[in-house]
Design a protein around this ligand. Structure first.
Ligand SMILES: Cc1cc2nc3c(=O)[nH]c(=O)nc-3n(C[C@H](O)[C@H](O)[C@H](O)COP(=O)(O)OP(=O)(O)OC[C@H]3O[C@@H](n4cnc5c(N)ncnc54)[C@H](O)[C@@H]3O)c2cc1C
Length: 338
């Protein structure tokens, strides 16, 4: 295990922002993590756990310790006639976990193909796409307390999942290092092809009925056609959450914007696509000097190469203020700002 001083974090965040960490330590085993949290530097300095760095925006150098979680391994824990319980270490790349499940005919995560990042981070914001969220397949996770080293198991209820939300973004924020996640997957798939263009893409690919590979490939194709590749254009996916607003506010906005889309979001509430609001306000394709709003997907802020995190953050603030002024709707950032 190697502690690196003044570590360059540019390769470790998909926004491609050039910042450094006072210390970075890469952990390949639970023993590495245990040893790291006993180190004086971890005990006394600010701490950050990083997986794939695909949901963070660094607005400054990190004057503390970055712990890279690189725990690897996937195992089938148990099965019955209907389900398999599969445990993946936190450092496994999410998409390789998805491909592993598809190869084994374990169903439930195929709609979540190609989401960047690590397995360990997926419960934190309850990742979701194409009609499926982690909460739909989550069984439990094991995590180590950042100070005491206690290992605790969190079941579904303890995670308090919400839309792009969990207990790890609230009461338990920054307190736990997720070591592994156990998923409950189906032997007989429950197809979810209604969302987005999956059905159309399946047909285009020549599938007369859905298969796990077919859905995964469809999702991959759709995502690649809509979202910028962070290797080419730095970004962290959707920068904002889709706001959930009161029906009364929705009705008022609809008077002025009759085409405003909405989805039910519980009693008296509706969810409005943030991308639609941003596009209506004219931001889609907006280019500042170093950063901008993606031309295909208004929800994605991009780094043209040399942006600082503060510049991206300032752009996001301009957008938040403009949307508030026009629609009286407050956009909330999905990306973790550091
Ligand atoms: C192009 C693109 C598309 C995307 N599409 C989607 C999408 O469709 N749906 C979606 O939900 N998200 C999407 N995202 C966001 C991102 O992929 C997810 O949030 C992902 O789960 C982040 O994983 P990560 O390992 O990169 O997390 P990081 O960015 O490394 O970390 C994110 C947060 O989790 C914490 N964390 C990470 N690992 C651990 C751990 N082991 N223990 C404790 N805390 C930890 C970090 O401290 C940080 O607060 C997209 C991102 C990009 C770049």
């Amino acid at each position: 295990m190697n502690w690196i001083a003044n570590a360059d974090l540019k390769p470790y965040n998909t926004f491609g922002v050039a910042v450094s960490a006072q210390w970075m330590v890469e952990c390949n085993s639970v023993a590495d993590i245990r040893e790291s949290i006993q180190d004086e530097r971890w005990k006394t300095l600010p701490r950050l756990i990083l997986g794939g760095g695909s949901n963070v925006l660094f607005t400054q150098d990190f004057d503390g310790v970055v712990l890279l979680n690189r725990l690897k391994g996937i195992e089938l824990e148990r099965e019955d006639d209907e389900f398999v319980w599969v445990k993946s270490s936190a450092g496994v790349v999410w998409h390789s976990f998805v491909l592993h499940c598809i190869q084994n005919q374990w169903a439930g995560v195929e709609n979540l193909s190609l989401i960047p990042g690590s397995v360990g981070a997926c419960p934190i914001q309850n990742i979701g796409a194409y009609g499926v969220e982690i909460k739909d397949v989550f069984f439990s996770l094991d995590a180590m307390h950042v100070e005491s080293g206690e290992i605790r198991s969190f079941d579904h209820q303890a995670c308090a999942f919400g839309y792009r939300d969990s207990v790890f973004k609230n009461e338990e924020k920054g307190k736990w290092i997720i070591l592994s996640v156990t998923f409950q997957l189906r032997k007989q798939p429950l197809w979810n092809t209604q969302y987005g263009d999956i059905q159309k893409e399946l047909e285009r690919l020549g599938y007369s009925s859905p298969t796990l590979v077919g859905i995964s490939q469809s999702v991959i194709n759709i995502r690649q056609s809509k979202l910028p590749d962070p290797k080419v254009l730095g970004n962290a996916g959707s920068f904002f959450k889709n706001p959930v607003i009161e029906e009364s506010l929705y009705a008022r906005v609809k008077e002025e914007y009759p085409n405003i889309p909405s989805y039910p979001a519980g009693t008296g509430k509706v969810k409005v696509p943030a991308g639609w609001l941003i596009e209506q306000a004219g931001w889609k394709g907006f280019k500042a000097e170093t950063c901008g709003v993606n031309e295909k997907q208004a929800l994605v802020l991009v780094n043209f190469g040399k942006a600082t995190g503060s510049e991206v953050y300032a752009l996001s603030t301009q957008i938040v203020e403009d949307i508030a002024k026009r629609f009286h709707i407050t956009l909330e950032r999905e990306v973790n700002i550091l």
